[in-house]
Design a protein around this ligand. Structure first.
Ligand code: ARG
Length: 591
């Protein structure tokens, strides 16, 4: 909707803006007033123009309102409000027409019309030999939603799972796991039957404890690391086995979460192993490398120690080894030069903010953040807060351990099953199980995604599974309710229903809300904040509920009204389903 209005507004107002010597790019922006009696949209151009034009905002607002009032085909009313807003009341037939056009498109108007960008999304990025815990949930699902949104907008999305699979931790696991593998081979036992991810994690813990106490253990692990990094065939084969065992379990969780990550998206640290030395050399070639206490460093102007001296970013340790920074620098070059990225998005917790700021800066001083034609590649770190328990401390089990994601998902599905049985005891058992899975998993994901990602949030099964409020079950229920209207009326969704007619205030309000969908998705693409989509879907479901209370559908006054209302139900259902799909959440037909 905004897109249509902005096209009109800029065609009518560009001349005026030019006359005041202002560049029209960026001065036209429509806001949605929280109080809809103040208008469908508010234009704040007068405020932006006031300073350069040396005029009072109210005076400019009057001038703008005068021009837009002439557009009687579009606007029923145009009003000026202090300090300089121009409030627009759109003619209802215009809303009906755009809604009808939108409904004719499979993408509900989401796809951008100009040239798509290539966007790399680095998310999930789990570490080998560690079970996924609730901390990995956030990167995995936020990254997945961002990828889905970018794809829906028509961007070329390249998912990258930057696995932690090539450092000392993996050497420590191998130190313990290699003998286990030999034993299994000797006994002729299938590896997966005894070497589970839980077992690997246990081996890692044992190794890590041993290394702390016993220097001989530490040096054995270090030796393994060097041999592995030098390509020792036997060790590389065992490393491969350990990685596959570990990832098999991770893929089970992805599957359960409906996260679109597959082996083809794996570009772990190991992928960059033969590019690390060249990366350090390339930094040297740019004249940015400084040796400090035996380590190879880059000193950045922006990052200073407390005493004001510049802080070093180490990219090669004094023992010649490479670190987390080196891997990320190599990855940046790969993503820009080989993947052709226009934009690179990293989804990790907020504690890594400094790491990314420094790595982006090193890459920039080396000239790696722009392409051959000189255009800049955009690098963005998408940070998020922690998941807390009801005690407001990071979520732990009663015994103080990290909560395993697979346990959490299983419990959510179990609890959702109880909710489904209570709500709709008549459903077939198989349907109940299927719906419980959609509701349970959906509830966990939605509870996370609906929070502003920068904040910590408190994990609560009771709250996330509630059928009222801003929850997945509430949205899924609204969707199922619309499906049941069609079922009860014996109407196929493919039926030609004509266009929605927005006569009653509740119909109009729902129509206006529906037309916000594409604007909201566009803003998620630019701001990378999934919770705005959640808030929108919640408001939409609420607007639908108000409409359904006030406007009978199946028992409407006449056939024409019934069809028009069914058409409105149908586009609401499609918007809810598509919105939930962008969030990676299923929308069952019945609940
Ligand atoms: N494996 C890392 C961790 O668990 C996250 C990697 C994020 N991506 C990256 N390119 N550094 O902390």
């Amino acid at each position: 909707m905004k897109k249509h209005l902005l096209a009109l507004i800029s065609s009518k107002l560009t001349e005026t803006v030019h006359r005041y010597g202002v560049d029209p790019a960026g001065v036209f922006e429509l806001q949605t007033p929280p109080d809809r009696t103040k208008g469908d949209f508010a234009l704040n151009t007068a405020m932006r123009l006031a300073k350069p034009a040396k005029k009072r905002p109210l005076e400019l607002a009057e001038e703008i309102a005068g021009i837009l009032r002439a557009e009687t085909a579009w606007f029923a009313r145009v009003e000026v409000a202090p300090p300089g807003f121009v409030n627009l009341f759109v003619n209802t037939p215009v809303i009906s027409r755009i809604l009808d056009e939108t409904a004719r498109r499979d993408d509900l108007g989401l796809r951008r019309e100009d040239k798509p960008q290539t966007v790399v999304v680095d998310y999930s990025s789990v570490n080998i030999a560690k079970q996924m815990h609730v901390g990995h949930l956030r990167s995995t699902i936020i990254g997945d939603v961002l990828s889905r949104v970018l794809e829906a907008r028509g961007e070329t999305v390249i998912r990258q799972n930057h696995l932690g699979d090539w450092g000392l931790p993996i050497a420590m696991v191998l130190w313990k796991a290699c003998p286990v593998l030999r034993d299994l081979e000797a006994r002729g036992v299938a590896i997966e039957s005894e070497l589970t991810l839980a077992r690997l994690e246990g081996l890692y813990r044992e190794a890590s404890a041993a290394c702390k106490e016993d220097p001989a253990a530490a040096s054995a692990c270090h030796e393994i690391l060097v041999k592995l990094q030098n390509g020792d065939a036997g060790l590389v084969a065992d490393w491969h086995t350990v990685t596959r065992v570990s990832m098999a379990e991770v893929y089970r969780v992805y599957d359960e979460l409906r996260v679109k990550l597959a082996p083809e998206h794996e570009r772990g640290e190991s992928f960059y192993r033969d590019r690390l030395a060249a990366t350090v050399e390339a930094v040297r070639g740019r004249g940015k490398l400084v040796e400090s206490q035996g380590a190879q460093c880059v000193f950045l102007e922006h990052f200073k120690a407390k005493d004001g001296s510049p802080l070093p970013v180490i990219i090669q340790k004094s023992d010649g080894g490479f670190n987390y920074e080196t891997f990320d620098l190599a990855a940046i070059r790969y993503r820009v030069e080989e993947l052709g990225a226009d934009r690179v998005i990293y989804v990790t917790d907020a504690r890594q903010a400094l790491h990314f700021a420094q790595v982006f800066d090193v890459a920039a001083v080396c000239g790696w953040t722009s392409r051959a034609d000189g255009s800049a590649v955009k690098f963005e770190h998408v940070p998020f807060g922690s998941v807390l328990g009801e005690d407001n401390k990071p979520l732990k089990t009663r015994t103080g351990e990290n909560v395993k994601l697979s346990d959490l998902l299983a419990e959510a599905v179990e609890r959702a099953y109880a909710v489904v049985c209570e709500k709709n005891a008549d459903l077939a058992e198989e349907t109940k199980r299927r719906v419980a899975k959609a509701v349970g998993i959906g509830a966990i994901k939605y509870a996370d995604l609906s929070q502003n990602r920068n904040n910590d949030y408190v994990f609560s099964f009771d709250r996330m599974l509630a059928l009222q409020g801003n929850t997945a079950p509430y949205l899924q229920y609204a969707h199922a309710r619309i499906c049941s209207i069609f079922r009860k009326g014996g109407i196929a969704e493919s039926e030609d229903l004509g266009s929605p007619d927005l006569v009653e205030p509740a119909e109009r309000a729902l129509g206006v809300k529906l037309l916000e969908f594409a604007d909201v998705v566009t803003s998620v693409e630019s701001e990378l904040r999934p919770h705005t989509l959640c808030t929108y879907l919640y408001d939409l479901a609420t607007a639908f509920s108000a409409f359904y209370d006030q406007c009978p559908v199946l028992i409407a006054a006449d056939a024409g009204q019934r069809r028009a209302r069914l058409a409105l139900c149908r586009i609401t259902r499609r918007t809810l389903a598509l919105g939930l799909d962008l969030l990676g959440i299923e929308a069952p037909q019945e609940m």
